[in-house]
Design a protein around this ligand. Structure first.
Ligand code: MG
Length: 401
C-alpha cells in the first residue's frame, strides 16, 4: 500500500532530501502536497513538475500571485493557514519548515490524527504543553526527524515496551560545530562565514549558526525532554533534564545513545545524512528498503568523545535553564535566539552577542504555562520585541499568522 506524504518546507534542506528519500522507493510513497514560503519559486516549480502534487501551499502571501502564474492548474492554498492545512492531506506530514513558523503545521497534523515527521524542533520546544495535548489526538503520532532524536527513538526500541522503561540516561551527541576547541577569547571575532562552515553537516543557515553556538544542542535537550521525558507519561520513559546528557563527538557518526539502568549503552551509528532519519520517520514502524549513510567499516578509523565547553558555549546552559523553568520559557529562548541569529546573519550583532541577547531576554521572561496556541504566539511575540529592543533594533511590522 502506498503511503501518502505531505511536505511542508519543500524547498529547504529537509524538503529536498525528503524528495530524494521518496524517489528511492517510488512505489512505496506518493507526495500529494507541497508547501513552501514561495521565495524559491524556481525550485518549487521544478518540484511540482517532478512530483505532481494535488495541492501546493504558499506560506508567504507576497509570492502567491507569482506562484499562480508559474503553476497553472495547481490548487494553491495561501498563508500560515494554507500551509497548516497540508497536515490533514496525507498519511504522514513532514514538517521541514524553518523556525517558529512551523508551529501551525505541527499542531494541524497532530490534531488531524496523522503522523508528524518532525524536523521543525522549534514548534515542539516553543509550543511544548500545547503540542503535548495535540499528541493525544487518536491516531496522532510524532516521529522525530532530527538525527539525534531519530537515534534515540531507535535506541529506545531495545527496551521491553510492556514493562518499566529502565532508562538511566539519554546521551545526545554534538559535532561541536565549526568552533569546537576554541576558547571564549578566540570566539570574540568570528565571522558569519566562519559560523556557516560546518565540518560534518550541510544544513540551512539558521540551524548551522545554532550548531556553532551549541544552541542547536540546547534546543535538542529540550526537544528530547518533550519527546521522551516526564510528565508526558504516555510517551515518556521517566527521564528529566538531569538524565539528558550532551557529549561532543566530532565525527557525527554516533547520532545519540540510551544508557539503561543495567549499565548498557545502546547507540545508533551511520554516516551523517538527514535522508536516514527522514526515511526512518516515513517508514516507521518498518524500515526503509533503501540504504542512506551506511558505514564503510574499512575506512572509519576512530570515534572521539569529549565534554562540551560551557564557558565558550553558554547557549547550551541557557537551554537547560529554560527547559527546567518550563512553561513559556523555552518559547522565549527560542524567539530570542531566532531574532539574534537573524541579526548576526545580517551583520547586526557579533557571534558572541547571540548568547548574551538570549540570556538577557530569558531573564526578562514572565513565567506562565501557555493554555493554547494564542498564548504561545503571544510569548513568542513578546520575546521577539524584547530581543530587538536589547539589540537596539526597531521592532518588525507584525506579520499575519
Ligand atoms: Mg540534530
Amino acid at each position: 500500500m502506498t503511503t501518502t506524504v505531505a511536505l511542508a518546507g519543500s524547498t529547504g534542506s529537509i524538503g529536498t532530501q525528503t524528495i530524494e528519500v521518496v524517489e528511492a522507493e517510488p512505489d512505496r510513497y506518493e507526495i500529494v502536497a507541497l508547501g513552501a514560503t514561495g521565495r524559491n519559486l524556481d525550485l518549487l516549480a521544478e518540484q511540482v513538475e517532478a512530483v505532481r502534487p494535488k495541492v501546493v501551499a504558499i506560506a508567504d502571501a507576497a509570492f502567491v500571485e507569482a506562484a499562480r502564474d508559474r503553476l497553472p492548474g495547481v490548487e494553491i492554498r495561501v498563508g500560515t493557514e494554507g500551509l497548516a492545512s497540508l497536515g490533514g492531506e496525507a498519511d504522514v506530514c513532514v514538517n521541514g519548515v524553518v523556525g517558529f513558523a512551523g508551529l501551525e503545521v505541527t499542531l494541524a497534523t497532530l490534531l488531524a490524527g496523522r503522523r508528524l515527521a518532525l524536523a521543525n524542533k522549534e514548534s515542539l520546544i516553543a509550543g511544548g504543553p500545547v503540542v503535548q495535548r495535540a499528541r493525544r489526538t487518536p491516531g496522532a503520532e510524532l516521529v522525530p526527524v532530527d538525527s539525534e532524536h531519530g537515534a534515540l527513538h531507535q535506541c529506545l526500541r531495545s527496551r521491553d515496551e510492556t514493562g518499566p522503561a529502565r532508562v538511566a540516561a539519554l546521551v545526545l551527541t554534538a559535532s561541536g560545530g565549526p568552533f569546537r576547541g576554541r576558547t571564549k577569547a578566540d570566539l570574540a571575532s568570528v565571522t558569519v562565514d566562519d559560523a556557516l562552515a560546518h565540518p560534518t553537516w550541510s544544513m540551512g543557515p539558521k540551524i548551522t549558526v545554532d550548531s556553532s553556538t551549541l544552541m542547536n544542542k540546547g534546543l535538542e535537550v529540550i526537544e528530547a525532554n518533550e519527546l521522551f521525558g516526564e510528565p508526558a507519561g504516555e510517551h515518556g520513559v521517566g527521564i528529566g533534564f538531569d538524565e539528558i546528557d550532551v557529549v561532543v563527538h566530532p565525527q557525527s557518526v554516533v547520532h545519540s545513545m540510551v544508557t539503561y539502568t543495567d549499565g548498557s549503552t545502546i547507540a545508533q551509528l551511520s554516516m551523517p545524512t538527514m535522508c536516514l532519519p527522514i526515511g526512518y520517520a516515513l517508514a516507521w514502524p518498518d524500515r526503509s528498503a533503501a540504504p542512506f549513510g551506511a558505514i564503510d567499516w574499512t575506512s572509519l578509523s576512530r570515534l572521539d568523545f569529549e565534554p562540551p565547553d560551557h564557558d565558550a558555549f553558554p547557549c547550551l546552559g541557557l537551554a537547560y535553564a529554560a527547559g527546567r523553568a518550563g512553561g513559556v520559557a523555552p518559547a522565549w529562548l527560542n524567539a530570542a535566539n531566532e531574532e539574534a541569529v537573524d541579526a548576526f546573519l545580517h551583520g547586526g550583532i557579533a557571534w558572541a552577542d547571540i548568547a548574551a541577547v538570549c540570556a538577557t531576554v530569558l531573564d526578562r521572561h514572565e513565567p506562565g504555562v501557555p493554555a493554547d496556541v494564542e498564548d504561545v504566539i503571544a510569548a513568542d511575540r513578546e520575546a521577539r520585541l524584547a530581543a530587538r529592543s536589547v539589540m537596539g533594533l526597531a521592532s518588525r511590522p507584525q506579520e499575519p499568522r
